[in-house]
Design a protein around this ligand. Structure first.
Ligand SMILES: [Zn+2]
Ligand SMILES: [Zn+2]
Length: 491
């Protein structure tokens, strides 16, 4: 864990201004407050324009309809818990010179950005890396900073290597294509856009800052945790304990969220759904099958750790595994114990049905989801197409559903399983192999259809058949392990 030094004061807000020595006694302070130096006034005007929507009057003209400098200054002083003097006193100047987030403190988010994401599965990517830290460190800090919010909400963040991710992270300098140029070292450190398409959700870091993992320079993890709060729809907080406080401040790097932050993210997205501890195994004793009780999901952790658990479809998606059952979805990240779960429509709003089969093509960063004779393509967490007919793949009309699908990256083939048969589809040429369909049991000795789901992971095929999973070695053509389905969810 990193400990930060307090960096309050001694930074000039805008590059061209330099801090003038602050008066030491009351007498000096009163002089300073009544006659601010010209550069202080100029700096403060820019500050209020940028962060408090102050509109300066054109020289020599005074428009009474606009809030005055003094009233905007009072707003700023109120925000930071300073005395509402309406004059530029040293305490106010110190706050104005503290390095901070570039997002306004009074911005009405609704006009420029949406309030929240309408889905719980959010993709992120890093477009432009910083030169201050190694790529793997940046990846790890960004992932940890998102995890701060994932742990407090039902949201799940999925790394995307396309440039179309919901949250794109960029390290950029000066003018960088939006209307908010950075200002060189210190001053504004980063800014972010609230949820939405295009630039919505994106986070920009000022590459002119010295980004670090520790207490010197600016701690990237802490600033990223703050900016991701904006990317999820949160505004600045007046509470210095909140990670959404606008100025950079000394804070611990564990338990970064204050109780206010947790309440605010829960207000937007609801509380996180708790995972059961492995000890909470239970005996299946429900009066009715909760899996088939309609659109409500009385799915608790208890049911997850049911030894009879089966899945309809399993697929890798990027670095995560997706498990589908009826209209429910579990998402497990490869390197984390954390599992997110909920109705599929929480994660993919346009998909409100059972998924029979699913597979992922990493080269296209695209998932294919099947229901009956139709399928959807999903890129990131966006459902990219209307449902299309599976005839597109070359299936004959008598195929009315797909039991399972799995893509094998090494050979660029996708295998589709239906009842006792399977098809081999070449993703490169987008054509079905001439010899398809073939009998599953002939080519995969020991595996008898129908199968529920299949996934290729760690060099092996895994066939989900009822509540058992068969690990299959494709070179030796034999089953090399049998596991309970529930073990894939950490039970
Ligand atoms: Zn901010
Ligand atoms: Zn920007």
């Amino acid at each position: 864990m990193h400990v930060l030094l307090c960096l309050v004061c001694v930074f000039s807000l805008f590059g061209q201004y330099r801090l003038t020595p602050l008066p030491q006694d009351e007498h000096d302070q009163s002089i300073h407050a009544t006659k601010p130096a010209q550069n202080d006034l100029s700096m403060a005007t820019k500050y209020l324009q940028h962060f408090y929507s102050f509109q300066a009057d054109p020289a020599g003209r005074r428009r009474r309809s606009r809030p005055s400098f003094s009233s905007k200054l009072k707003d700023m002083q109120s925000f930071f818990g300073l005395n509402r003097t309406g004059t530029l006193n040293p305490a106010t100047l110190i706050v104005m010179r503290t390095p901070r987030c570039g997002v306004s403190d009074v911005e009405d988010y609704s006009h420029r950005r949406g309030n929240k994401w309408k889905k719980n599965l959010i993709t992120y990517g890093v477009g432009q890396y910083t030169g201050h830290l190694p790529v793997n460190i940046v990846d790890s800090l960004i992932s940890s900073a998102l995890d701060v919010w994932a742990k407090a909400s039902p949201l799940t963040f999925l790394r995307s290597y396309s440039h179309e991710a919901d949250i794109m992270v960029e390290f950029v300098r000066n003018d960088h294509g939006d209307s908010f140029p950075f200002d060189g070292p210190e001053g504004t450190l980063a800014h972010a856009y609230g949820p939405g398409a295009g630039i919505g959700g994106d986070v920009h870091f000022d590459e002119a800052e010295s980004w670090t993992v520790g207490s010197k320079g600016f701690n990237l993890y802490l600033v990223a945790a703050h900016e991701f709060g904006h990317a999820l729809g949160l505004k600045h907080s007046q509470n210095p304990e909140s990670v959404m406080y606008p100025t950079y401040k000394n804070r611990k790097t564990y338990n970064v969220l204050s109780s206010e932050d947790i309440i605010n993210i829960n207000t937007l997205y609801g509380p996180r759904n708790k995972r059961p501890s492995p000890s909470s195994r239970f005996i299946w004793s429900y009066p009715s099958d909760p899996w088939h009780s309609g659109s409500n999901f009385p799915v608790s952790l208890k049911e997850t750790c049911n030894p009879d658990l089966t899945f309809d479809a399993v697929t890798t998606v990027g670095e995560a595994l997706f498990f589908f059952r009826d209209k429910y979805l579990w998402i497990k990240h490869n390197n984390q114990n954390d599992i997110k779960e909920g109705p599929i429509s929480n994660f993919m709003p346009n998909v409100d049905c059972k998924i029979d089969a699913a597979y992922w093509v990493p080269q296209r960063a695209t998932a294919y989801l099947f229901n009956g004779t139709v399928f959807w393509t999903v890129k990131g967490s966006q459902v990219k197409s209307r449902a299309r007919n599976i005839r597109t793949f070359g299936f004959p009309s008598w195929v009315q559903h797909i039991d399972a699908a799995v893509h094998i990256h090494r050979t660029a083939h996708t295998l589709f399983f239906t009842e006792h048969l399977y098809w081999r589809y070449n993703e490169h040429y987008k054509s079905m192999n001439d010899s398809s369909p073939r009998n599953i049991s002939e080519d995969f000795p020991g595996i008898n259809g129908p199968i529920n789901a299949a996934v290729y992971k760690d060099g092996s095929l895994h066939f989900f058949v009822g509540s058992d999973v068969y690990k299959y070695d494709t070179k030796q053509k034999e089953i090399i392990g049998v596991y309970k389905t529930m073990s894939w969810l950490g039970c």
